[in-house]
Write a protein that binds this ligand. Structure first.
Ligand code: SF4
Length: 150
């Protein structure tokens, strides 16, 4: 689970570092067709699924939390079934210095927020593991039952 969150955050960081380039809707549909025929595809509802290998969301349409929409992503298999778009650098928008500065500040804030979410998830997982451990190994009652230890 944490592995998948980390992979998602890494993918997102890469996408943000390229200026958030998006694929065209027709290309997203093409990739969805490839994924929906893949043995690792886990369907959720019509036009929406999850990659069982990397854990990312795969959607036929839209750009919100959709791995297929981010032009910097690729299939995680050793022999990928699809790759990053080849013209990523050309797709980078031209920016003024001020726009670049504003974008970088916003991107850093997003990365910090994503890391904070990851830390909270890790803490929650540790607490859950401790609780399970305590339930499996409850503390032994003290001798005599009165707490004096005799
Ligand atoms: S991203 Fe690759 S491994 Fe995952 S479902 Fe799509 S084709 Fe299959």
């Amino acid at each position: 689970m944490l592995d998948k969150i980390k992979r998602f955050l890494d993918e997102r960081e890469k996408w943000v570092s390229y200026g958030k380039p998006l694929r065209q809707p027709e290309r997203i549909e093409e990739l969805f067709a490839i994924c929906s025929g893949c043995e690792f595809f886990e369907p959720k509802s019509e036009g929406i699924g999850r990659c069982g290998e990397c854990g990312c969301n795969l959607k036929k349409e839209g750009t919100n939390l959709n791995k297929l929409a981010w032009a910097t992503t690729h299939c995680p298999l050793e022999e990928p079934k699809w790759n990053e778009e080849p013209n990523l650098v050309l797709e980078r928008p031209t920016e003024t210095e001020e726009e670049r500065h504003t974008r970088r500040v916003a991107e850093r804030a997003e990365v910090h927020a994503a890391r904070a979410i990851q830390q909270v998830a890790q803490q929650a997982a540790q607490q859950a593991a401790q609780k399970i451990d305590q339930q499996a190994n409850p503390p032994k009652p003290k001798k005599g039952g009165c707490g004096c230890g005799k």
